[in-house]
Structure formats: C-alpha cells, structure tokens
Design a protein around this ligand. Structure first.
Ligand code: AG3
Length: 285
C-alpha cells in the first residue's frame, strides 16, 4: 500500500500549508529556482516555484481571471498586451480570449517553468503555441528596458518578491514599464498577500504613484495562496478601473468566466478597513 505523501508550503517561516500528493510529475532546478509539478489528492495538478504554490488546477481560474479581465475590460480596446512572467500560461490563455487582441507578448525568465507546464499542466499552458502569442524566454527587466514596442495592457504575473521576481518590485522597472505603455495604457501587477505583505504593498503602490496618476489595489480570495486574501495593483495615467469600466463590454464579449463578472470587478476594489488603514493614503484616482 502506498504511504501517505504530504507536501508543505512553508511561508515566511511561520506558517505552513499541507497538501496530500499522489505523485511527483516533475522536479527540477533551473538557474533561477526549483520547479516542481505534483499531482495532489484534492486540488489537481500543482506547480511550485521554490516550494511556493503558483498554480493548482482547482483554483488557478481565480487568479488568472482577476489579473486579466479587470484591466482588459477597463481598457476600451486592448490590442497589444505584454505579460511579464506567467510561465504556466494561464494569464496568456485568458488574454487571448479577448477578440480585440492582435498580439500578446509574454516574457518569462525561466524556460523550465514553461516546459514543465507544457508537458504536465495543459489546463494553463494549452495556448502557449497560439498564433497571436509571442513567447520570449528572457529577463522581463531587460525586455522592458530595450523594446520599442508599446502596449495597451501590461500584466506583471510574478512570484513572491524573493528570488527571480525581486527586481520586479522596484522603481526603475516601472519607469521602463511606463515607457512601454500607450498613453492610456494600464499596468496590473501581482500585489501579494493582504495579511502578510502590507509593507510590500505599500512599497509597490508608492512606486506606482511615482509614475502614474491613477493607482489602485484590488483583492481576490483563492484557495491556495497563504492567508487566502491576495491582491493586484492597478495603475494608469488616464483610465480609472471603476469610472471607465464599461459593463456592457463584458456582456457583449460573450465570454464566460468562473470567477470574474461585472459585480466582482467593482467589488474587488472595496478594501477591508484594516487594509485601507495601511494603503489608502497611497491610492490615487
Ligand atoms: N503568481 C503569484 C503567486 C504567488 C504565490 N505565493 C505563494 N504561494 N506564497 C502566480 C502565477 C500564476 N500565473
């Protein structure tokens, strides 16, 4: 009889989340991080980077809906989209569902993540060969510094601000992101845990405030990220995520979502009081 195998995500050295796993599908070490894909008992397949849960088949839709559709339905006609990170493919999959999109460039630093997900997690990686997608294996920092292209929407689909994603949480990076945005472009970034990373959220919102005239943060709750309640930051010079949100575009898109809808779009920007106390002074609208 097979013995019980459990995996634990240790977060911040003081909290652990345990999952029963049936088997390990991939385990590797790239030059950037460790990459594991396991089959869990209750949540389907799971991707971990440096032991931190990135994706499970059971709840990835929450994150990928919210990083993508909030900006994509705020912008009136997003044609060119840039994704930094996002090697599992879930964000690209959602972007490519929008008919207005002509081209999506995705810049992922770690080929091992892409290859492991292509082989083992088709649920997120299924569109990584889409004709409108240009997948570049490179450092996103260098890409935004060097490219001359402009994008309507930029999505920073990063891991936690340790390891390869750490430099994505700084001002020089966002100065270059801004350079790559059209004048009414939007940047949305993985904004970390509401309970455990309020300092990081303050840092990120402060940086966005240096470069953009509209800055907000919105929440989602999922099953597997520590503490459950996590967020995305939103920044633009012209488009307000509530005032410029045209609900009719959601209906007319005919797209069906498992998490996102018009009410969730608005509600996600309502912040709990303990969070407001920490970040409200950094928001701009
Ligand atoms: N990127 C954000 C993952 C953060 C999870 N952190 C953690 N488990 N400690 C997810 C990538 C999905 N495309």
């Amino acid at each position: 009889m097979q013995s019980d195998l459990w995996l634990e995500e240790k977060y911040k050295n003081f909290i652990g989340y345990r999952y029963k796993i049936n088997k390990t599908l991939f385990s590797g070490k790239s030059e950037f991080q460790s990459v594991d894909v396991v089959e869990t008992e209750g949540l389907g397949k799971m991707l971990l980077n440096d032991g931190l849960v990135m994706v499970t088949e059971k709840d990835e839709f929450v994150y990928h809906d919210m990083i993508t559709h909030v900006p994509m339905f705020t912008h009136p006609h997003p044609e060119n989209v840039l994704i930094i990170g996002g090697g599992d493919g879930g964000t690209a999959r959602e972007v490519l569902r929008h008919k207005s999109v002509k081209k999506c460039v995705m810049v992922e630093i770690d080929k091992m993540v892409v290859d492991a997900c292509k082989e083992h997690i088709p649920q997120t990686s299924k569109d990584l060969n889409h004709p409108k997608l240009e997948l570049i294996i490179d450092d996103g920092l260098e890409y935004v510094k060097n490219t001359t292209l402009k994008f309507d929407v930029i999505l920073i689909d990063s891991t936690d601000p340790i390891g390869p994603a750490a430099p994505l949480f700084n001002s020089a990076f966002y100065q270059n992101v801004k350079k790559c945005l059209t004048s009414n472009g939007i940047v949305v970034s993985q904004g970390e845990s509401v309970f455990f990373e309020s300092h990081m959220q303050q840092v990120l919102l402060g940086i966005l405030g240096e470069h953009f005239s509209k800055v907000s943060i919105y929440n989602y709750s999922n099953l597997t990220y520590p503490g459950g309640l996590w967020s995305f930051t939103y920044a633009s010079d012209t488009l307000d995520p509530i005032k410029n949100f045209n609900e009719a575009r959601v209906t007319s898109s005919n797209l069906k979502f498992n998490y996102y809808n018009e009410q969730i779009h608005r509600a996600a920007f309502a912040l709990p009081s303990f969070m407001k106390a920490k970040v409200q002074h950094l928001l701009k609208n």
